[in-house]
Structures are given as structure tokens and as C-alpha cells.
Design a protein around this ligand. Structure first.
Ligand code: DC
Length: 209
């Protein structure tokens, strides 16, 4: 039978890392909704058009390997820059963007069992999900993980700067008027601050059972 797991939480809590692993273990499709907001932001940045113009006929696709395609072109890596991160949080405020992406997300979830991560999945996109997880971690810990990730890739990383950006994104995501980041009433809170990736995955698998 078709099953749906919704994973929401702030930036950097580990949603996509654990959701990907859970999807592989259960044979579900993983859907990264943040990547879709990022694709809209990338199109705005690259085209110089308004978010409204860009959204109307936007073509966004995710494949089974969680690669993302914008107008048929793969943009999986391009959407991960700090500039696109900021832009995604901006375009996510608009009702017309959220409406369009919510429709696409519901259509994807209708096709089979999915684990979908984002900010409003349990509250707005898939309120009837079979399991809802709200995954958090302290700001310090989320910044530390991001810092180590960049270091590992030999990229420039400034801990205080990363922390500032996380605080700003949390603020934008929780304070926006439409579909803000929020824990659904029936979601299970999982604080990953002192847990390993494997421990979080095991916990979700246990709950899914
Ligand atoms: O998860 P992420 O960092 O890739 O998400 C990028 C931005 O998109 C984030 O700042 C908030 C927005 N977003 C959203 O508003 N709703 C979602 N379901 C997913 C992401």
C-alpha cells in the first residue's frame, strides 16, 4: 500500500541526508522540496525576470536519484550556492510560488510511496501523511555540521558567517505569512543535536514500522 512520510524542520537539521537513507531502506521515492524552491530562485537569478513570471510555466523535475532538472537541464549542483539559498528563502514567501510547487509536490506524492522533506509538508502539502517527523538541532550544531561539510570539500568556511546565515534563514522561514516552517500537531519531534545520522535513521525506521 502507498505510504507517505513527511519530514519538516529548519535548514541544516539533516532532513535530506536521513530522508535519502530512509527512502533507500524502505524502497520509497525521496522528494526534496527545498530543491524545488531553489530551482525557482535559480531561474529568477539567471533570467532576471520576476518570481511571478518565472513560476507560471516553470518545468521542474526530480528523478529517482534525487537529481533536479530545470527546463530540462540538470541543476543539482548549481542550486547549492549561498546565493541560491538566500534566493530560495525569498521566493518561498510568495503565495503563487508555494501554490505552484505544492501542486507539483502533491502530484509526485500521488504516484507511490514517498518520503518528502521541507518546511510545510506535514502542515500544508500532505496533511494526511502516515508519519510526520519534525527534525531539529540547535543552531550551533547545524552551523558546525555545515562548517565541517564545507571543510571536507576544501571550500572556504567561516563558522560565524554560517551561523548568521542559518539564523537569518530560520527567521525568514518561521516568520513568513504563508505556510511558515512549523511542527504539525501530529508530528513527532526528533532533536538530532546529539544523535548520529544512523541513530536518526533508525528512529524514523522504527516509527515507520
Ligand atoms: O531545505 P532547503 O534549505 O533546500 O530549502 C531552501 C529554502 O526553501 C528554505 O529557506 C525555505 C524554502 N522551503 C519552503 O519554504 N518550503 C519547503 N517545503 C521547502 C523549502
Amino acid at each position: 500500500m502507498k505510504k507517505i512520510i513527511a519530514v519538516d524542520g529548519p535548514a541544516g537539521a539533516g532532513k535530506s541526508t536521513v530522508s535519502k537513507i530512509v527512502a533507500a531502506r524502505l524502497g520509497y521515492t525521496y522528494i526534496d522540496t527545498g530543491a524545488m524552491y531553489r530551482a525557482v530562485a535559480l531561474k529568477v537569478l539567471q533570467s532576471g525576470k520576476s518570481a511571478e513570471d518565472v513560476t507560471e510555466n516553470i518545468d521542474i523535475k526530480l528523478d529517482e536519484a534525487a537529481r533536479i532538472f530545470l527546463e530540462g537541464r540538470e541543476v543539482t549542483k548549481e542550486i547549492r550556492t549561498p546565493e541560491v539559498s538566500r534566493g530560495a528563502s525569498e521566493v518561498a514567501k510568495f503565495g503563487f510560488v508555494r501554490k505552484k510547487l505544492t501542486e507539483l509536490q502533491r502530484a509526485m506524492a500521488a504516484r507511490g510511496s514517498v518520503i518528502m522533506d521541507g518546511r510545510d509538508i506535514g502542515t500544508q502539502v500532505l496533511p494526511n501523511a502516515d508519519l510526520k517527523i519534525f527534525l531539529t538541532a540547535t543552531v550551533e550544531e547545524r552551523a558546525r555540521r555545515r562548517f565541517l561539510e564545507l571543510k571536507e570539500k576544501n571550500l572556504a568556511a567561516d563558522f560565524e558567517q554560517i551561523k548568521k546565515e542559518i539564523i537569518l534563514r530560520d527567521k525568514q522561514d518561521t516568520e513568513r505569512e504563508i505556510a511558515p516552517l512549523a511542527q504539525a500537531e501530529d508530528a513527532i519531534l526528533l532533536d538530532s543535536t546529539n544523535l548520529t545520522i544512523e541513530e536518526v535513521v533508525d528512529k524514523i525506521l522504527e516509527l515507520a514500522e
